[in-house]
Design a protein around this ligand. Structure first.
Ligand code: GDP
Length: 305
């Protein structure tokens, strides 16, 4: 985890250090406050949260009456943590409750890192002694099932897939859940296709995958977790696409990937506001260990390191 923190701090230093150096200027005039706001906007924090943060900081710095770097940093830390919201429940709903396995769908636009996230997450769950089954319901992209199977063997868990290209994703999801039940697995992780051709098409496809995947489950048991994967480097554009997914399926958590390759860590704040769903996991690289649980304090500390 220390390694991940270091990596995040490195890539995000633009935001935290930028803010700190602006805040420790001799005089905090109008222009400086505008620069502070611009810095937040450049990091994709979003307009409303950026304005709010500047307003609150202005007031608190005035009340504080000192420019002591340590004290200013403490204020900034507090206000950033408030924006990221430490009160949100970020736990994954993967603790088995009955005889069924818990079922998680992983959704999002192609290329955001869905398959990689499923692989990394499987590894985390296996390390917690959970039995995991993977479902390769991204039947649209030819190599996706191979890629997922490779992750499966790397992590030591079975992958349910179809041999045919372009098979029905819902039927693969059904088979994966059925396999999970018959092998008494704890968690079934289902990778889906992220075609964003149009909203109706997406809604039909994801809706069907969800409905059919629920069929083998006990009465009343629905999909436990729908994780929406968002690539942090795609900024406001990616955020718009994420909104479309959130409109067609009830998202329960966000996985923000590629935070290692961007100084735009503020997207964490923007995406939570836009979707009303907590960021639960962050991707910090392509490797098997590069997935971390998200905490408001940990994230802000990494920003300000
Ligand atoms: P999918 O189409 O959504 O399933 O995306 P993939 O899982 O195939 O990932 C697309 C690319 O992003 C691959 O090259 C991954 O290795 C890379 N990737 C995924 N997550 C991360 C991350 O957190 N950081 C970095 N740097 N690369 C990532």
């Amino acid at each position: 985890l220390a390694r991940l923190r270091a990596r995040l701090a490195q890539s995000n230093s633009g935001l935290g250090r930028g803010l700190l150096s602006l805040l420790s200027r001799e005089t905090l005039d109008e222009e400086t406050w505008e620069e502070i706001e611009d810095t937040l906007l450049l990091a994709d924090v979003g307009v409303d949260p950026a304005t709010e943060l500047v307003e609150t900081l202005r007031q608190r710095v005035r009340v504080l009456g000192t420019r002591e770097p340590a004290e200013v940093k403490a204020l900034l830390r507090e206000e950033l943590i408030k924006l990221v919201d430490p009160s949100l429940d970020r736990r994954l709903n993967v603790a088995r409750k009955g005889t069924d396995p818990q079922v998680a769908l992983v959704v999002g636009v192609n290329g955001t890192g869905k398959t990689t996230t499923v692989g990394k997450l499987a590894r985390v769950l296996v390390a917690e002694n959970l039995d995991v089954v993977l479902g390769a319901a991204d039947t649209f992209r030819a190599a996706a099932a191979d890629q997922l199977e490779t992750w499966g063997s790397r992590v030591g868990v079975p992958t349910v897939r179809s041999d045919k290209d372009g098979a029905d994703p819902a039927s693969v999801a059904f088979d994966a859940v059925t396999a999970g039940i018959s092998t008494d697995a704890d968690v079934v992780l289902i990778d889906t296709a992220g075609r964003l051709q149009n909203k109706v098409g997406l809604m039909d496809e994801l809706g069907k995958v969800k409905r059919i995947a629920e069929r083998p489950l006990s009465e009343g048991h629905t999909i436990d977790e729908v994780l929406l994967v968002l690539d942090a480097t795609t900024g406001q554009n990616g955020l718009q696409q994420a909104k479309v997914f959130a409109e067609v399926v009830d998202v329960t958590g966000i996985v923000l990937t590629k935070l290692d390759g961007t100084a735009k860590g503020g997207i964490v704040i923007a995406v939570q506001r836009a979707l009303g769903v907590p960021v639960k996991l962050i991707g910090l690289g392509e490797g098997a260990d590069d997935l971390a649980p998200f905490t408001a304090e940990g994230f802000v500390d990494a920003l300000l390191d």
